[in-house]
Design a protein around this ligand. Structure first.
Ligand code: FAD
Length: 454
């Protein structure tokens, strides 16, 4: 722990908490504020690596007294930049993980990443609704809705939260569930950040041991024909299938399978969860469209679900933008195909529908349930393209406005400068009004970082 007379906040945090306190100017501080997205610059007044919920509550009270903001970082996959007016709470030491196989639940601390949950649940034949990258934090992901590789079968991750432990702006640790603090419970599940710092969630687990999952990689020359067929295939699929299609500009990286290195490809992802249907037969129309460069679809343990998307695991400087689409017309597809010429690492379309369309048994603030597709484009901010990526991304998603039905908050680009109106389009006006009213009541002084308020 470090303290200096010149910086009263780290000293106060040090006295009031059990966790590690870091202040600017130290190597440990730099390591702690650096997350997955290294393009996001954090310069908080101090970092608290919270040891428990009481630490978080103490930091919130100290920030309130000092007129500072509070922000939170787990893995840095989606954290917005923080400045010297902010105390940053790092959640990595909140690493509780309990699997209750009788109740089919997982109790997950705010610092736990999805892979850890999957590995702990697998021996019981159970699975959790992780996202495409299992290095993402389970809590941050779920608060933003959580749209994962089996989402058409089970819905949003936020639809399967049983209860939440959260520190609100008054510095009090609260439980929220269907019966206690029901408004807070509604808002935190999908309503964006800034309702509190969540220290723990309890989520449902599902009896899934394996899925038929993987990807079929096609040469970019085949992308138009394959995507046209994919567009017409998606509406015929049962809910047991989730799929997405991405144009990837892959680096010549040794960790990639040899045939993919340095190539621009179309990656069709496929996941099928069923004990009765023939998943191979459902995939057959796509497999036969062109000779694939690589086909990884196979029966896989659910804990290997990250192999379906093959998202990067090492830190990168990235910027992202996303929209939800009501339909994927031929014209929209033509715009999407244009990404083959654009300076993006990834442009993907995820098929929605199925269970995503249904309200959960305990309603929440997740928006965009009626969307047909989610669009996401990511640019890597490295020379020589770093300067042109931001404008190209905004122009690209702007071309989808004719088919846009809002945004999905986890993929709207909130942390990397997406316009606030695009991010807030994640909710219809009734939901937005309810969220705003609740936020004004729960955090009247705007303690939680404005970057996370949306
Ligand atoms: C490679 C990659 C793959 C992804 N795949 C998917 C996907 O398949 N589906 C999907 O839905 N999303 C996906 N995402 C988006 C991801 O879910 C969000 O960026 C999410 O916010 C990351 O949470 P985190 O805790 O890992 O990251 P962090 O960057 O540490 O946190 C991001 C934000 O989440 C909020 N937050 C985090 N923890 C807490 C907490 N304890 N209390 C309150 N607020 C908190 C804060 O606003 C914080 O700024 C992906 C992102 C990346 C980079």
């Amino acid at each position: 722990m470090t303290t200096t007379e010149s910086n009263a906040i780290p000293a106060e945090l040090d006295l009031a908490t059990r966790g590690l306190v870091l202040e600017p100017g130290t190597a440990e501080y730099v390591v702690e504020v650096t997350g997955f997205n290294v393009a996001v610059d954090h310069q908080p007044a101090a970092v608290l690596v919270a040891a428990d919920a009481d630490d978080v509550a103490a930091a919130v009270r100290i920030a309130a007294r000092a007129g500072l903001k509070v922000a939170v970082k787990a893995t840095g996959h989606g954290a917005a930049a923080t400045g010297p007016d902010t105390i940053l709470i790092a959640t990595r030491a909140l690493d509780t993980l309990r699997i209750d196989h009788d109740a089919r639940t997982a109790t997950i601390g705010a610092g736990v990443v999805w892979q850890k949950v999957l590995d702990a649940a697998a021996p019981f034949g159970l699975a959790a609704l992780a996202g495409s990258a299992t290095t993402v934090g389970a809590v941050g992901y779920t608060l933003g809705g959580g749209l994962g590789p089996i989402a058409r079968t089970y819905g949003f991750a936020a639809d399967h939260v049983r209860s939440i432990e959260v520190v609100t702006a008054d510095g009090v640790v609260r439980r929220a569930d269907e019966h206690q603090n029901p408004d807070l419970f509604w808002a935190v599940r999908g309503g964006g950040a800034a309702f509190g710092i969540v220290t723990e969630i309890v989520v449902d687990l599902f009896p899934i041991q394996t899925v038929l999952g993987g990807g079929v990689f096609f040469d970019i020359a085949d992308a138009a024909a394959v995507l046209q067929a994919w567009r017409l295939w998606v509406p015929t699929l049962p809910e047991s299938v989730s799929t997405s299609a991405a144009i990837l500009h892959l680096p010549p990286a040794p960790e990639l399978p040899e045939p993919l290195r340095g190539r621009t490809v179309l990656h069709v992802r496929f996941t099928h969860v069923s004990n009765t249907e023939d998943g191979y037969a459902l995939l057959a129309p796509i497999r036969g469209l062109a000779a694939p460069i690589l086909d990884t679809v196979a029966e896989i343990p659910f804990a290997a679900i990250a192999s379906v998307h093959m998202d990067p695991v090492d830190p990168i400087p990235a910027m992202e933008r996303g929209l939800l689409l009501t339909e994927l017309t031929e014209d929209a597809l033509a715009v999407f195909l244009g990404t083959a010429e654009l300076p993006f690492a990834v442009a993907e379309l995820r098929a929605m529908g199925g269970a995503l369309h249904r309200e959960p048994s305990v309603p929440n603030a997740v928006g965009g349930r009626s969307a047909a597709f989610s669009l996401l484009a990511i640019g890597v901010l490295v020379p020589p393209i770093a300067d042109i990526v931001p404008e190209a991304l905004d122009a690209f998603v702007g071309r989808f406005e004719p088919w846009s039905s809002g945004a999905f908050v986890n993929m709207a680009g909130a942390a990397t400068g997406a316009p606030a109106d695009r991010v807030r389009a994640a909710w219809d006006s009734v939901t937005k009004d309810r969220l705003d009213t609740l936020r004004a009541a729960l955090d009247p002084t705007g303690l939680f970082s404005p970057a996370a308020r949306w």
